[in-house]
Design a protein around this ligand. Sequence first.
Ligand SMILES: [Zn+2]
Ligand SMILES: [Zn+2]
Ligand SMILES: [Zn+2]
Ligand SMILES: [Zn+2]
Ligand SMILES: [Zn+2]
Length: 249
Amino acid sequence: METIKLDRSASEAVDDYWEYRRIVGDDDGGKLFTPKQYEEYKKKVIPQRMENRLYVSFGVPGGIDCKLIGPETLCFCAHRYKQHKTDFKVVPSERPLALPCPVRGCLCVAYQYVPRIGPNQVRCRCKHLPEDHSEATGHLCNKCHSCSGYHSPYTCGCGQPSSAHQTLIETKQEREARGRPTGRDVPNAAMGGLTGFSSLLDGYLALEACSSDPGREDGSQQRHSGSGIKKTSPQTSHSPHCKREAHQH
Ligand SMILES: [Zn+2]
Ligand SMILES: [Zn+2]
Ligand SMILES: [Zn+2]
Ligand SMILES: [Zn+2]
Ligand SMILES: [Zn+2]
């Protein structure tokens, strides 16, 4: 089998680039830091990140973590977790902890995970998509007046309705107190709830992709559920966990 050979310095440059991306995320505003800026950034941000990492999960209080949020996971506001404020010099003391979205023009004040069925959004009881609702607190519908705020009819793989779930943002101490894994300390930006490779494989995504959806309009992509998760975990696209089709209506 042929393998593409990069000479050592080229492959090191690629590794350096990915390390840069994992650490800096979007903090460079799309313009690569100079080596000096990068060193300064690392000196300032990494110790703070090791100290103040926040863990993000989605679940029913007291239950399992149905979904662990990673850097690419979308918020209700349609921006990714990594686009929200995730680094703190001092973690605010109020709970629930709200991570606002600093993207210009976005009214999101708190990162909030919204379950999807593979790549598809789940329509509200009012029949409109999440994106038809305001990202501001209350999530009122922009398309109708009968809606009192986005409410997903989706039932999670854990058997509980979506509405019983919450997006939980917690410190390492808080997560340890709940007896949940916290992984090892990493310098990467916006790791959210990912604490190891098992965060991606542990059945949460598989459950999510395989569980039933009363609001679903198009079943054709269900078997290829990898499309929504391929980016982070190609291995799950033919998941052996997909045995839950009995739930299908
Ligand atoms: Zn946003
Ligand atoms: Zn948001
Ligand atoms: Zn509506
Ligand atoms: Zn609605
Ligand atoms: Zn659940």
